[in-house]
Design a protein. Sequence first.
Length: 126
Amino acid sequence: MTEEEKKVTEQEEVSEEELSLVFPTATIVREMKKYIDPGKMIKKEVKIAMNKFLAEIVKDVSEKMNEFPYAMLDYRMFKEAVKPYEQVKELHLEKDRIKKHLDAIISDCESLKRDLEAKFGEKEKI
């Protein structure tokens, strides 16, 4: 079998699952590769899963925008619909900030405990 015949055969073997995908796989792979190290390869199942995930986000955002009673959807409505997705980064930053604050509180409590032990000379058994 020549190289050209192999390529044609591979193209014909496109699964039904790939045909039902919403976005062109090449576009998704090109975007993914912008953020993935050059030596890494992306498996077919990951490409398909990313395509389905993005389609689900489009569906969710569209359904949210459809809840508005207006005939024309504008940018404000879009921003309102994507707000939960944009807030994810902010939530992670807030989580990190709270963790650091709790670590500082724990450190302060341990310091106070050491001060009490030094001042009163006893260790309390809990």
